[in-house]
Each structure stands twice: as structure tokens, then as C-alpha cells.
Write a protein that binds this ligand. Structure first.
Ligand code: HEC
Length: 149
């Protein structure tokens, strides 16, 4: 047999043993980059989660739905159409000046200074849907009442 020797040479080449300085440098760089990416990704995730919550709150606060607020917090006593039930019809209060309407609903005091009976909840204390009522929500409620027959 005079052809080329095809037996693989398994003897390790002494020059390939261990890592060169370049290889170690590359490895350190890789680990650093991976850790940094991880931390960055984690922080970004936190940031996004925070932003998401804030966005929902903002939408809730700026675009309250008067109809939903009324159905959930008032209709049980004042009737589905505000026509009256346990509480009086709300046709007249719908036309009150906004600050008067808000004082009646929040504090239970009518424009002519009458204190409403205790059955009418003080929204300043109980809130709307279990959350502090905002002026925007009260305005939306009154706007909705104006649309009722
Ligand atoms: C638990 C029953 C109940 C709920 C819920 C309720 N009310 Fe009343 N409300 C009453 C009663 C009863 C009166 C009458 C009190 C009185 O005249 O002394 C009243 C009175 C009022 C008045 C004054 C009406 C007037 O002509 O003097 C307004 C305005 C009013 N409610 C708005 C609301 C709004 C808006 C909501 C929802 C955010 C609401 N109420 C939820 C029972 C309720």
C-alpha cells in the first residue's frame, strides 16, 4: 500500500491544547454580552408591564362610560332609564348645573340645600364600582342622564 495514509491522526497537536488568549477574551466578551442582554430584557419587561398598567388607568380615567356607570351604580334604585324607583326620577337633576349635580351625588346635598336621605349613597364615600369617583365620571353620568327620555 503506497497511497495516502487515511488513518485519522488522533494524537493531539500540542499547539491546540488549552485556550489562546484570544479565545479566552472572546469567551469573556460573550458572557458579558449575554448577562447584559438578560438584565436589559428584564428591565424592559418591567418597564412594559408598568406602562401597560398606566395605560389602562389613563383610559379608564379619561373616557368613562356614563351608561355603564349608571347601570352599575344607580339604576338599581333610580330605574334602568332613570325614571325613578326606590329613588326619584333623575330628569330634573340631569339639567342641574354640573357642580350642583356633582355635589348632590357626591355629598348628598341638593342645589336648594336639602340633605338627601341616607338611602341615597354618598358617592364621595362609597365611590363608583368600588373606586374613588372622578369628576370625569360624574360628568359622564350626567351627560348620560341627559340622553334619557
Ligand atoms: C341605594 C339606592 C340608591 C342608589 C344606588 C343611588 N341612589 Fe340616588 N337617591 C336614592 C334615594 C332614595 C334618593 C332620594 C333621597 C331624598 O330625597 O332624600 C336619591 C336621590 C338622588 C338625587 C337627588 C334627586 C332630587 O331630585 O333631589 C340624585 C341626583 C341622585 N340620587 C343621583 C344618583 C346617582 C347619579 C346614583 C349613582 C351614582 C345614585 N343616585 C345611586 C337612592 C339611591
Amino acid at each position: 500500500m503506497n497511497g495516502p495514509d487515511l488513518t485519522p491522526d488522533l494524537t493531539p497537536d500540542p499547539s491546540e491544547r488549552g485556550f489562546t488568549v484570544r479565545e479566552i477574551g472572546a469567551f469573556v466578551l460573550f458572557v458579558t454580552a449575554t448577562v447584559s442582554l438578560g438584565v436589559w430584557g428584564y428591565r424592559t419587561g418591567q418597564g412594559l408591564a408598568g406602562t401597560g398598567g398606566a395605560t389602562v388607568t389613563a383610559v379608564h380615567a379619561t373616557v368613562p362610560d356614563g351608561q355603564t356607570l349608571f347601570a352599575g351604580n344607580c339604576a338599581g334604585c333610580h330605574g334602568a332609564q332613570g325614571q325613578g324607583g326606590l329613588g326619584p326620577a333623575l330628569k330634573a337633576p340631569a339639567a342641574w348645573a354640573a357642580p350642583d349635580f356633582q355635589r348632590a351625588v357626591m355629598q348628598g346635598v341638593t342645589p336648594d340645600g336639602r340633605t338627601l336621605g341616607a338611602v341615597m349613597p354618598r358617592i364621595a364615600q362609597v365611590g363608583l364600582d368600588g373606586q374613588d369617583a372622578t369628576p370625569e365620571q360624574l360628568a359622564a353620568l350626567q351627560e348620560y342622564l341627559k340622553t334619557l327620555p
